[in-house]
Write a protein that binds this ligand. Sequence first.
Ligand SMILES: Nc1ncnc2c1ncn2[C@@H]1O[C@H](COP(=O)(O)OP(=O)(O)OP(=O)(O)O)[C@@H](O)[C@H]1O
Ligand SMILES: [Mg+2]
Length: 342
Amino acid sequence: MSGPGTNGAAGAPLLSIEGLSAGFDGQSAPAVQGLTLSVKAGEIVALVGESGSGKSVTALSLLRLLPRSAWIRGRAEFVRESGEIVDLYSAPKGTMLSLRGADISMIFQEPMTSLNPVFTIGEQLTEGLRLSGATRGEARERGERALAEVGISEPGRRFSQYPHEFSGGMRQRVMIAMALLRSPRLLIADEPTTALDVTVQAQVLDLLASLRETRGLSILLITHDLGLVSRVADVAAVMFRGRLVEVGPVGEVFARPAHPYTRALLACAPRLGAPRKRLMSIADILAAGDGPFGRTGRSPWMPPVDGDSARGDGCVLEPVGPGHSVAVVEPGEIAAGAEPAT
Ligand SMILES: Nc1ncnc2c1ncn2[C@@H]1O[C@H](COP(=O)(O)OP(=O)(O)OP(=O)(O)O)[C@@H](O)[C@H]1O
Ligand SMILES: [Mg+2]
């Protein structure tokens, strides 16, 4: 796998998240706990984890799009093209408004419902441009160019069509075009291919990878599918129950997964021609969790089985290879019943 994240030529951090915790009023366990992660210029970082692990909450927190019932702690710094550093969690509302779409853009989960069936693709694609003062002609020209850039042929004709005249893959391409219209530096793509069939998934991912090359775009790619990650990402960041349990260059994480949960994810990832394995249960994962630290007395961090997540605190990321870290905890701090078998 080649790319800025793995060839040592990665740019400076564009986004640095430090110690992010987030949750919702009335819920005892936070949705995200102590997450630290950065995305460098021109890098594709994949945030991977099962349903409910806190991926979307992390993404939405960055644009401050969580509902009022949510709380956020920690810091997330973003570097604008001008060099200005914005703390996304404390910046004034006006700064956030000017940043959304222009500096950081997001493709939301469930893109199929994101297009309004009663307006043409072109109207929806260029609405933001029109609102910011572009003439009808300018907006059309830029909109058609954007459609061509995401691989939609005959953009002139397609511009005036309605969403139902587009296939699922093409609609996702439109969503990507819409997200890129104002040339953001960072694209957050939340499960951009979930609703698509396998071949179209690959095409959309290849499109994202090519946009990174042509635009120098940085991408935070959110997915529960580790197979997709290996195709395009430079860095894999694995989340489990709101915590980052492992992060590293994709090749490293795939070759030497250090956390039992990452190993379980890899064991379950479908491979062409191989029989599909049964999804491991949490108990299976814990049983498999001897980890690399048996002899040093530190164990890969695993949360208690009973779901009392507060007792998982005290874990730290420890390096296991170049740029590769795993969450570990002193044996004494692992909650009773969650101690991995050695
Ligand atoms: N608006 C909300 N109100 C209350 N709880 C929420 C809300 N949004 C998310 N949560 C909770 O936060 C936790 C993390 O959810 P999140 O949506 O980030 O998961 P995810 O990793 O994106 O999962 P998926 O792969 O299913 O999209 C879950 O327990 C979820 O129930
Ligand atoms: Mg989600």
